[in-house]
Design a protein around this ligand. Structure first.
Ligand SMILES: O=C(O)CCC(=O)C(=O)O
Length: 271
């Protein structure tokens, strides 16, 4: 299986529409890959809170349309990172319901196949945590073609192992994590990506952004880790396409040869 992670530079001097066209062209160039992955909130920038409402869009908005067309043109599964999703309030056509940090997965025919709304919102009492609603669904998707199941999580979710346990229980063999992770905590990013791979005995494909937006320098260093915790490929700090080939069957092999997941003790009483 071949995967390409597109570590996009979210430059503040580039308009959202221009970045959307540029990224769509980059996705089209990935024909031949099985899976292409984009970072979190790359159209607007994960820390550009003041721009979230302006650039919020529905599930059939301009980013979804451009990404669906690009996936179809390249004939790839496309995890298009996330958008600021604008929803309609219950029973209304108006689009002034809650905002979500929503990941979009497109099939090679360009159809929107899955949506994942970020569960753990970042910012404590500010930013995303106050401006967006939280998702409450664990999301996996079986990729016909490569014949493997991916589990979806976004950025700050990486810090919450209980979410990854649920993804593994739901059959995930590849954990796909778009992010806008800051340089200040790059050591956590690298460590947690490997930790989630080792404890889940799964591949981790973690795709971050490059550059600086809203004054926050991004870590870059997108990474692909195998089920044994070995780093298969790692990007540098700048914009980069990270392409890697791997065998999804290694997940079952690792889990059979070193059956730590089988040895879990569930339902321990709280002290
Ligand atoms: O957990 C972190 O250090 C970064 C999380 C983050 O930036 C995000 O979820 O947008």
């Amino acid at each position: 299986m071949r995967a390409s992670l597109l570590q996009i530079d979210v430059r503040p001097d580039e308009q959202v529409a221009a970045r959307r066209s540029r990224v769509a062209a980059l996705v089209r160039e990935q024909a031949g890959a099985d899976l292409v992955v984009l970072p979190e909130l790359w159209p607007v920038g994960a820390f550009a809170y003041q721009d979230f409402a302006t650039h919020a869009e529905p599930l059939d908005g301009p980013t979804a349309q451009a990404m669906g067309e690009a996936a179809r043109a390249a004939r790839v599964w496309l995890h298009a990172g996330s958008i600021v999703e604008r929803t309609a309030p219950e029973g209304s056509d108006a689009e002034d319901g809650p905002l979500y940090n929503t990941s979009l997965l497109f099939a090679p025919d360009g159809e929107l196949h899955r949506v994942y709304r970020k569960i753990h919102r970042f910012g404590f009492d500010q930013g995303e945590a106050t401006m967006m609603a939280a998702g409450d669904k664990i999301v996996t998707a079986h990729l016909a073609g490569p014949g493997t199941t991916i589990g979806l999580a976004t950025c700050y979710d990486l810090r919450f192992p209980e979410q990854f346990r649920l993804l593994v229980d739901a059959g995930a063999e590849l954990l796909v994590i778009p992010a806008g992770w800051p340089e200040r905590r790059r050591a956590h990013w690298s460590l947690l990506a490997r930790a989630r791979a080792v404890e889940s005995q799964a591949y981790v494909l973690a795709c971050g952004t490059a550059g600086t937006h809203a004054g926050v320098e991004q870590a870059g260093h997108s990474v692909v880790v195998d089920p044994w915790g070995e780093v298969l490929a790692e990007a540098g700090p700048g914009e980069e396409t990270l392409t890697v080939e791997f065998d999804p069957a290694r997940v079952a092999k690792t889990r059979a040869e070193f059956p730590a997941l089988r040895d879990r003790v569930l339902g321990l009483p709280r002290p």
